[in-house]
Write a protein that binds this ligand. Structure first.
Ligand code: 76R
Length: 271
C-alpha cells in the first residue's frame, strides 16, 4: 500500500450562519449597538490570536448570511473560538446552516517534486557524487518553506469559494485503487492546470478524512470572483477532476472586516 504522505498545519473551521432578520429588526438602536460592540470585540480578538487567524465573509445566496473562517493550532483552540461566539448576544440571532472541519494539508510528494526539480536545475542527478547530501538538504529546505503554507493567515483576497469534495470510490472508477504512479501523474496534471492561476488565486487545501463528511475542504481566495468559475471549469476537464472528483455544496463569500458587521446587519453589502 502506498498511502500519500502529507504535512499538516492549522486546524480549520468554516462556519456558516443565517441571521434571524425578523428578531434583529425588533431590537432598539441601543440594543443593537450593544450586541454589535460585543460581537465586534469577539471577532477582533479571534482575528488577532497569536497562533492562527479568523476572517468573516458576507455569504451570497440563501445558503447563509455570515461565514467565519477560523485557523487554529489545536482542536481545543478551535473549540474555544466557537464557544466564545456562543457566549455573545449575537449568537441569539444566528441560525446554523453549515460548518466544516479540516486540517491545512500539503502533500509531501509535492515537497519532494520541488526538491528534485531544484537539484536537476543545478545539474545534480540521482547517482551523482554529492547527490544524497544535497537531496536531504533540498527536502528539508522545502519542508521549511511549506510551513508558510501550513501555518498561514486566512488569505486576504476579497472573495472566497469554499466547497468540500471527495475523490471517487466507485466500483469501476476508484481513486484509491490506482497505483501511486498513476495518482502522482494525475496530481501533476492537476498542479499544472492550477499553476496557471497562481497569480490570481490562492488555494488552501484542508484534509478532512476521518474528521468531517468529505475528504477535503477546498478554499479558493481571489480578488476576482469570475476567476473561480474559469479555474474550476478548466479543472473539470483535467482527469483528476473529470474522472475522480465529487463535490459538495459551494459557498461564496465577500470578505468583511469586524468594523463592517454593523453595516452588514443593517443591510449594506461590503464595499
Ligand atoms: O501548489 C502546488 O503546485 C501543489 C500542487 C497541488 C496539489 C498537490 C495543487 C495545485 N492542488 C493540489 C492538491 Mn489543487 N485544487 C483543488 C480544486 O474544482 C476542482 O476540480 C477541484 C478543486 C481546485 C480548483 C484546485 C486548484 N487540490 C489538491 C487536493 C488534494 C488531493 C490529493 O492529495 O489527492 C485537492 C482536493 C485539490 C483540489 N490546485 C493547485 C488548484 C490550484 C489553483 C493550484 C495551483 C496552486 C498555485 O500554483 O498557487
Amino acid at each position: 500500500m502506498d498511502v500519500p504522505q502529507t504535512l499538516e498545519g492549522w486546524y480549520t473551521l468554516h462556519d456558516v450562519w443565517n441571521v434571524d432578520w425578523a428578531a434583529w429588526a425588533l431590537l432598539s438602536d441601543d440594543e443593537r449597538r450593544s450586541v454589535l460592540d460585543e460581537a465586534r470585540a469577539w471577532l477582533e480578538s479571534a482575528s488577532s490570536v497569536r497562533r492562527g487567524d479568523t476572517a468573516m465573509y458576507s455569504v451570497l445566496s440563501q445558503k447563509g448570511d455570515l461565514m467565519f473562517v477560523h485557523y487554529r493550532e489545536s482542536p481545543e483552540a478551535l473549540n474555544a473560538v466557537e464557544l466564545a461566539l456562543r457566549q455573545t448576544a449575537l449568537y441569539g440571532f444566528l441560525q446554523p446552516t453549515y460548518s466544516y472541519v479540516s486540517l491545512i494539508e500539503v502533500s509531501l510528494n509535492e515537497v519532494m517534486g520541488i526538491a528534485a526539480k531544484r537539484l536537476s536545475d543545478r545539474g545534480l542527478n540521482r547517482g551523482d557524487e554529492g547527490f544524497d547530501e544535497a537531496w536531504t538538504e533540498a527536502v528539508e529546505e522545502q519542508r521549511e518553506k511549506m510551513k508558510e503554507r501550513l501555518y498561514r493567515d486566512v488569505p486576504p483576497q476579497k472573495y472566497i469559494s469554499f466547497y468540500p469534495m471527495d475523490k471517487k470510490r466507485g466500483e469501476t472508477v476508484n481513486w484509491y485503487t490506482l497505483s501511486a504512479a498513476e495518482r502522482r501523474d494525475m496530481m501533476r496534471g492537476h498542479g499544472s492546470v492550477g499553476h496557471k492561476y497562481h497569480e490570481v488565486v490562492t488555494q488552501v487545501i484542508g484534509g478532512s478524512i476521518g474528521l468531517d463528511d468529505w475528504e477535503w475542504g477546498v478554499s479558493l481566495h481571489s480578488d476576482d470572483m469570475l476567476v473561480f468559475k474559469k479555474l474550476v471549469h478548466e479543472m473539470r476537464f483535467d482527469p483528476a477532476s473529470a474522472l475522480y472528483a465529487e463535490f459538495g455544496p459551494f459557498y461564496l463569500g465577500i470578505r468583511s472586516s469586524a468594523g463592517s458587521l454593523g453595516l452588514l446587519l443593517s443591510g449594506h453589502a461590503p464595499s
